[in-house]
Design a protein. Structure first.
Length: 78
């Protein structure tokens, strides 16, 4: 296992986009991210970047919930 996904409720597309634009390091390290129609942010990152991802989620105003993390291989995490 070398990657994880995390789901964060109540994050809209604009807030996610603006935060990515403002944080070059996060842009360079995140593997991927998307916001669902219901407003759930789904991020994919390498395990090595878990602290960076947690800081990003917190800066967005999201709640870091260990129960919403799923570990797996980078190619198949989910």
């Amino acid at each position: 296992m070398d990657a994880f996904t995390v789901e964060v409720a109540r994050i809209d597309v604009r807030r996610f986009r603006d935060a990515l634009v403002a944080d070059q390091r996060v842009r360079e390290h995140l593997v991927g991210g998307s916001v669902t129609e219901s407003g759930t942010l789904v991020l994919v990152a390498d395990i090595a970047d878990i602290d960076l991802t947690q800081r990003f989620v917190t800066a967005l105003g999201g709640t870091w919930d260990a129960a919403s993390i799923h570990y797996g291989d980078r190619e198949f995490v989910g």
